[in-house]
Design a protein around this ligand. Structure first.
Ligand code: G3H
Ligand code: ZN
Length: 278
């Protein structure tokens, strides 16, 4: 299969009542591992890469690797820009063949945030791609961006923000945390309030560590996509770390990289299965 357009992927998820996991990739091995995990589970989802990570892997190369990784897939898989931090990154990813885009202008003052999000959304829509934006801010560490403030989404701002940005999905801050938080406290009543006023489906960032029962509950309130980053990165790094612990002269990159792909794929398979068990 080819990478699937983001609008079609969401339609597919709605039709079969799936929550779509979006797994962060960093490099070639992670990209193949994520595709393998989704294919082994035969469930849909996204490979995604953050703006930050584009410093390591340029969009055209990632798009080519992702297209190759999903070519034997019988389940729809999209390629998403995560936390798109500039119009230039958004444009580069659209032009490279990504299938959906997140615009994260949270570093800008509110009105500028809306203006820049709208500008990027119009570019994406011109090419038929859906756009995710975020209202509120998550506590924790996403790649090397650290945020201490826990700024939950204000339901009173949702309708206006969705309307003015022209977004197709809304990422919310309801107690979800970026990073390896083992006990995130998801505020379901707040999610319900947001759901009631949002014209678009909702997205949860900071998926690592959220218990499955909570995710199943969120599904009742418009959740369509959940992001997983740290959980898979941990699997990847552990593979090499364990080998090094056993033997400080370990240098078998090929076998360890293959093992890392298998371990990350297994974790991705577990997660996509878990969130859709119910
Ligand atoms: O955008 C990516 C994420 O929100 C990943 O969060 O590392 O807590 O799973 P996580
Ligand atoms: Zn995130």
């Amino acid at each position: 299969m080819k990478l699937i357009n983001g609008f079609q992927l969401m339609e597919y998820a709605k039709k079969y009542n799936y929550v779509l996991p979006a797994f962060n990739t960093t490099n070639l091995e992670m990209t193949y591992a994520i595709a393998k995990g989704l294919m082994d589970a035969n469930l849909p989802g996204y490979i995604q890469i953050s703006s930050n990570n584009l410093r390591l892997s340029n969009p055209e190369i990632i798009a080519k690797i992702a297209a190759d990784a999903v070519k034997k897939s019988e389940t729809p898989i999209g390629l998403h820009l995560d936390h798109g931090k500039s119009f230039e990154d958004v444009k580069a990813c659209v032009d490279a063949g990504f299938s959906s885009i997140m615009i994260d202008m949270s570093h800008l003052p509110f009105e500028e945030n809306i203006r820049e999000s709208r500008r990027a959304a119009e570019y994406c829509h011109f090419y038929g791609l859906p756009v995710e934006v975020e209202l509120g801010a998550l506590k924790g560490k996403e790649e090397d961006v650290v945020n201490e403030a826990d700024c939950k989404t204000d339901p009173d701002m949702v309708a206006d923000y969705v309307e003015r940005t022209g977004c197709d999905t809304l990422a919310v801050s309801v107690g979800n945390v970026h990073g390896l938080c083992l006990d995130p406290q998801i505020d379901i009543p707040l999610l319900e309030k947001i759901y009631k006023v949002s014209k678009v489906p909702l997205v949860l960032h900071g998926g690592s560590g959220i218990p499955k029962e909570v995710i199943w509950e969120c599904k009742k309130y418009g959740l369509i996509k959940i992001n997983y980053g740290s959980d898979l990165r941990k699997e990847y790094i552990h593979t090499f770390g364990e080998a090094y612990e056993k033997d400080h002269n370990e240098h078998d990159v090929i076998h360890l990289s293959i093992a890392a792909v298998d371990n990350v794929a297994k974790r991705a398979q577990e997660l996509v299965t878990m969130i859709n068990e119910h």
